[in-house]
Design a protein around this ligand. Structure first.
Ligand code: DAH
Length: 314
């Protein structure tokens, strides 16, 4: 109501202002100034009245009501399992179905488990190849899941004496001081496998791989080995898998997926196992690459990026 009255006043004032033409020229300036002052005063009052009215229009909030009663919450979407964890579970399931036990590695370990127990002599040049980070205390964020080999072997050593075998897989997170690019990450996942028995052969290992890849990719893939070098295996191999046409391969490409070989006698000895009596094979490779081939991804950095549009595709 007050606003209406003020607006009426303003109209009257404008009418009066129109009289400016009828008064002597020398008085017009003073008249104008006076009129403007009045006009501004009325406008200020209108503004204040409008603001006060607006304040009164605000809906009352009952602050004692339970949350959600008055408030409209922003839309939220549910979180979900990271694709790498889903795939890691799948990988482990396949090995478990073959009879392998599962162990988890430590993320921070020592020189003995990372290198010494794996037949890397002191100052061995192959140590440099692992681009390890180190803490001020000299601990190592593990650069491969092989750092668990010694613990896995000693944990299940007694089973050998009872006529059994050691069969363990070790999925875990590993860290390397790498320059990051589409095919290299400083943090990634590996899965290690170990098998020790009175009789163990590379033929059996290739059988494990064939079975694994067929189940994981749901199709028969050709695999092949090429000579490799690891201090903890002798002989050592790299395993390559044919990139399937259905997964974007041209039919002539091979993907290097893991390292493997017959466990070196010194590694068995370091775990208190007699290499004259028992033989073993081991392997280890990146999970990220395995998954990248499955979903035809071309940049490993997506996994650790926290990009929601990428993660929501799974
Ligand atoms: N630890 C090796 C790496 O990260 C991979 C590897 C090679 C693991 C041979 C093994 C093995 O168990 O026998 O490069």
């Amino acid at each position: 109501m007050e606003i209406e009255k003020l607006k009426e006043e303003l109209k009257e004032l404008n009418k009066e202002y129109a009289k400016i033409k009828t008064i002597p020229v020398e008085e017009r300036k003073a008249f104008g100034v006076e009129m403007n002052k009045k006009k501004e005063a009325i406008l200020a009052k209108i503004k204040a009245a409008e603001e006060a009215a607006e304040d009164m229009n605000v809906e009352a909030v009952d602050i004692t009501a339970p949350a959600g009663f008055n408030a409209e919450f922003p839309k939220a979407s549910c979180g979900s399992k990271h694709p790498l964890m889903t795939e890691l579970d799948h990988v482990v399931d396949i090995y478990q179905a073959m009879g392998f036990n599962v162990m988890e590695p430590r993320q921070l370990d020592d020189e003995f488990h990372m290198f010494d127990s794996l037949n890397f002599s002191k100052g061995h040049p192959a140590r440099d190849g692992y681009d390890t980070f180190r803490t001020a205390e000299g601990f190592i964020p593990i650069a491969h899941t092989s750092a668990m080999q010694n613990r896995a072997l000693t944990t299940y050593r007694d089973d050998l004496e009872k006529g059994g075998q050691i069969a363990v897989v070790i999925p875990g997170r590993v860290f390397r001081n790498e320059d990051v690019d589409p095919t290299h990450e400083h943090t990634f996942y590996q899965c290690e496998g170990i098998y020790v028995a009175e009789k163990a052969t590379m033929g059996q290992l290739l059988g494990v791989f064939k079975n694994f890849f067929e189940t994981y990719y749901g199709q028969t893939l050709r695999i092949k080995t090429q000579p490799g070098y690891f201090p903890f295996t002798e002989p050592s191999f790299e395993l390559l898998v044919e990139k399937p046409k259905t997964l974007g391969g041209k039919g002539d490409g091979w993907l290097e997926l893991l390292g493997c070989g017959m466990i070196h006698p010194n590694v068995l000895k370091a775990a208190g196992i007699d290499p004259e009596k028992y033989k073993g094979f081991a392997w280890g490779g990146g999970i990220d690459r395995l998954v990248m081939m499955k979903y035809m991804l071309n940049d490993v950095r997506y996994f650790e990026s926290g990009k929601l549009d990428f993660l929501e595709e799974f």
